[in-house]
Design a protein around this ligand. Structure first.
Ligand code: FES
Length: 577
């Protein structure tokens, strides 16, 4: 790994040390109230802040940054707030995932280009923590994450509601005719009541918890609700720790080891976390050169019980998890499955932090003897429909559909799906397998969260609430259903998904980890890819979209850009000119 500090001092001294004209310019333009000793052996710590009015889940992070700033100053460092690319999951079009790699690349370059010795990473909404960790992994400067925390529990007509999961449920009720549009609208402000990210076990909650499981936070902070003043206490402590990290030269590559990814995979199953974590963990590992594959996710997660009874798999919300003891209490229950060698940024093994953890509400955090689900690992499927792999989240699926045989009904794009799905004459029944293609990293482009396709209205009216669905896109971490997603290679990359036709028989067998079309390999290979599917994404591209489509990798390796794999370290060989 490339060096992160000069041999005899701070990395920032490469900018500020000495009496030449360049050092003069670097110091003079930065002074603006900083004391003279700011440039004399005090670590300069960036606060990479994804606060943005257009990322509502992260809007409060400037308050968190103020506490980080205090902690850095108290420990003798110089805090430097650095606004970085922010992505509001619910706001950006066509999908935030299109911009994850851009955010990671921009943050990486900013961290490397600037005179800093370490960084505190402030994220929350789905893509922000993954992009920050990818960036930090590639620069490998001392780094610590403060997860922004979930919002408090929603309340509608006397019932708790979770953002995300209950949006799907309520919208299906409207489509089924059991809730009016006015009632649906009135639930909006009841659902989103405070600062913070989604409070279900969606992607934001999952990635905040996984940042802790990976060892990249102060232990015990992940899941602290955004309005809880203890988040500010932890932010202060993280600011202080960041100065210590620089002094000890403790970098992400020392923390994000194969052992820590092992623990993250165990955690992902134990919390019933989002399927989106798969592409994020693979991408983060790819930045550090840690060998991690889909098969590792299946193997390590297999047999790990889901202990957290949170929506979408269960009943409670993130506030309840925090009240019940938080992540450390969950991990204490599965301690034997964790790799004891994995370290945290505080220099201690993760498992050492479990000794004092307690479960305060056994309904929210179950014991291994009474799990929410006995085997909650994400299942990695292969077969002639997904030679490079696909995943399914059994915890969010209907048990009776985990082994299923049904006739395919194929849609060539999201638009094609929406045009036809509610057609009263659509030839579909509860056994049909809905197949949606053109939604992979390259095809959409950006791999949107559309795999949990809404069910046909006429089946909803008949009481059908789940069907087998297959897609090369992703699924919202707050969604549920028997959905085979991340199919690789995607249709746009020439995968068999481009060759399946309506009427083909699809066989799903999760126990055997198979997803197949009942068709001989020769017959499948001889078919021409669907012209409609290819036409859906054959259009001129420019800018980031073109760069992305030309270089994005498939979901089975994390959907990063091919030229962003690995690390460039923190060294910049040239002076400022
Ligand atoms: Fe930001 Fe759900 S929309 S976390």
């Amino acid at each position: 790994m490339t060096q992160q500090t000069s041999a005899d001092g701070l990395r920032s001294a490469q900018w500020y040390g000495g009496d030449d004209r360049n050092a003069y310019i670097h110091r003079a333009w930065m002074r603006r109230g900083l004391p003279d000793d700011a440039f004399e052996d005090r670590p300069h710590i960036a606060i990479a802040n994804t606060a943005s009015d257009l990322t509502p889940c992260n809007r409060h992070l400037s308050d968190v940054a103020a506490s980080v700033r205090d902690g850095i100053l108290e420990a003798g460092g110089i805090p430097l707030e650095l606004p970085v690319v922010s992505l509001g999951e619910t706001q950006v079009r066509p999908t935030a995932m299109l911009w994850r790699n851009m955010a990671a690349m921009a943050t990486e370059e900013l961290l490397r280009a600037n005179p800093i010795d370490g960084v505190v990473l402030l994220g929350g909404c789905d893509k922000t923590i993954p992009s920050l960790l990818m960036a930090a992994g590639s620069v490998d400067l001392p780094a610590a994450v403060v997860p922004g925390g979930p919002m408090i529990t929603g309340s509608f007509r006397g019932d708790d509601i979770g953002c995300g999961t209950d949006v799907w449920r309520l919208s299906e009720e409207v489509r089924a005719g059991t809730m009016s549009a006015a009632e649906f609208r009135s639930s909006e402000s009841s659902m989103i009541r405070s600062r913070g990210h989604c409070n279900t076990m969606g992607t934001a909650s999952t990635m905040g918890l996984l940042a802790e499981a990976l060892g990249m936070t102060i232990p015990g902070v992940a899941g602290t609700p955004a309005p809880d003043s203890r988040l500010l206490v932890a932010a202060n402590a993280t600011g202080r720790l960041s100065v210590e990290l620089v002094k000890r030269r403790r970098t992400p590559s020392q923390v994000l080891t194969r052992a820590s990814f092992h623990n993250a995979i165990v955690t992902l199953a134990a919390i019933g976390g989002s399927s989106n974590a798969v592409v994020h963990l693979l991408a983060i590992a790819g930045r550090l050169g840690v060998p991690l594959t889909l098969d590792d996710l299946d193997r390590i997660g297999r047999g790990v019980p889901c202990l957290v009874d949170l929506q979408p798999a269960g009943r409670f919300l993130m506030d309840d998890l925090h009240r019940a003891g938080g992540l450390l209490a969950v991990l204490r229950e599965v301690r034997d499955l964790l790799d004891p060698t994995a370290m945290c940024i505080d220099g201690r093994p993760l498992v050492e932090h479990l000794d004092d953890a307690r479960v305060w509400d056994a309904d929210v955090i179950r014991s291994c003897g009474e799990p929410v689900l006995a085997d909650a690992g994400l299942a990695v499927l292969r077969g002639n429909l997904a030679p490079d792999g696909a995943i399914i989240k059994p915890a969010a699926a209907s048990p009776h559909l985990l082994q299923h045989r049904g006739r395919a009904l194929v849609f060539d794009s999201v638009e094609d799906f929406h045009t036809r799905i509610d057609d009263p004459d659509l030839d579909v029944d509860a056994d049909t397998v809905l197949v949606l293609r053109g939604c992979g990293p390259r095809g959409y482009p950006g791999m949107p969260e559309v795999a949990n396709m809404p069910l046909p209205a006429k089946l909803l009216e008949q009481g059908v609430r789940d069907m087998v669905r297959v897609c090369d896109g992703r699924m919202s971490g707050t969604a549920y259903g028997t959905v085979v997603l991340h199919v690789a290679p995607e249709a746009a990359a020439g995968g068999p998904l481009a060759r399946i036709r309506t009427g083909d028989v699809v066989v799903l067998d999760v126990a055997r980890r198979r997803i197949d079309i009942e068709l001989g390999d020769d017959e499948l290979a001889a078919r021409e890819p669907s012209a409609e599917a290819l036409a859906a994404y054959a259009r001129p591209l420019r800018g980031w979209e073109k760069l992305y489509v030309d270089h994005v990798l498939q979901a089975d390796t994390g959907a990063d850009l091919d030229f962003l794999l690995g690390s460039s370290g923190s060294v910049v060989s040239r002076e400022s000119h």
